[in-house]
Design a binder for this molecule. Structure first.
Ligand code: GLN
Length: 312
């Protein structure tokens, strides 16, 4: 156990040192964030093990908007509340299109391909507003419970920008509503969605929030209910196939772990039964996934032999 954590420590240190010397590249999504080139290279990482050990590197305590990573928590809440009924309103197939693409929604008669593209996430938020007695008020409340602290904020600038703009998201929501796959007012859903995207967490907080996705090690002290284990396995499968949008195949090939990215530069990755990992670096690739974050996860999983496709 402590040997394992020592190994993680040295792997994280090595990855931080490697990432530091990689030249600035990638871009930021300008309708969402205005970051200077200088900031593109910033980097943070946190690994939380199944035993609760926390290993950090770089700017692990710098908060960033979690953006689409919030879709994982919203989906978890929707599955807890509605069970398999969720799948009547959203699919489970990778889309092969960009995260905010609208092109498929008409063809699918208002049923989004999966819960991690924007269209799907909006329908999931619509479902969350349906609940009579929510176990959690919203994603922020879910996060506070899972992190064990509510010391985080909604980034006001990001919230404002996306609340005022967000025309594509509005179009997606309206199209879904025109097919009767939206029960609430578009503006009400948009507001909740934009707020959850603008929640700013540090890598440390995000990795803590993701602990439930690794599941307790089999045969260990901590037990997970069968129901929760099923739910988490299915969420992980969706993260693997849909978590990085049209970059999901490449990410699975290179990193081999279920993960979810956000355009704020964060990625949450899961090593089932072993670790919850959060990385952050604002420079994005063409699919809107963190460039350095992906490289860091690729190198970390390589060094530690972490992959859901088999051990080295
Ligand atoms: N708030 C962003 C949007 O709706 C989230 C997208 C993302 O992180 N991929 O466009």
């Amino acid at each position: 156990n402590s040997l394992q954590t020592d190994q993680i420590r040295s792997a994280v240190d090595a990855v931080v040192a490697e990432v530091e010397v990689i030249e600035s590249f990638g871009k930021v999504i300008d309708h969402i964030a205005e970051l200077s080139d200088l900031q593109i290279n910033r980097f943070g990482i946190c690994v939380v093990t199944a035993d609760g050990d926390v290993v950090t590197g770089g700017e692990a305590d710098h908060p960033f908007p979690i953006q689409s990573i919030s879709k994982v928590f919203a989906l978890t809440m929707a599955l807890e509340a509605h069970g398999d009924d969720v799948w009547k309103r959203v699919g489970r197939e990778p889309s092969g299109d960009p995260f905010n693409s609208i092109i498929d929604l008409e063809r699918m008669k208002g049923v989004p391909r999966n819960p991690f593209i924007n269209a799907g996430a909006l329908v999931v938020v619509d479902m969350l507003l349906d609940r009579e007695k929510p176990r959690h008020e919203d994603v922020a409340a879910f996060l506070a419970e899972h992190i064990g602290s509510d010391e985080f904020d909604v980034d006001p600038e990001i919230f404002d920008k996306e609340a005022k703009g967000g025309y594509t998201n509005r179009a997606l929501a309206n199209l879904a509503k025109s097919f009767d796959n939206f029960h609430h007012e578009v503006d009400d859903v948009l507001k909740v969605y934009v707020r959850q995207c603008a929640i700013a967490l540090t890598c440390r907080q995000l990795a803590l929030a993701g602990r439930y996705l690794m599941l307790a090690p089999p045969g260990g002290r901590k037990k997970t209910s069968i129901e929760e284990a099923h739910r988490v396995r299915r969420i992980n499968s969706l993260m693997l196939t849909c978590g990085q949008y049209d970059g999901a195949g490449d990410f699975a090939y290179r990193v081999g772990l279920p993960a979810k990215s956000g355009v704020g530069g964060g990625i949450l990755a899961v090593v089932p039964h072993v670790a919850s990992i959060a990385v952050w670096s604002p420079g994005l690739d063409d699919n809107g996934n963190s460039l350095l974050g992906t490289i860091a996860l690729e190198r970390l999983s390589e060094r530690l032999g972490w992959s859901v496709f088999g051990n080295l």
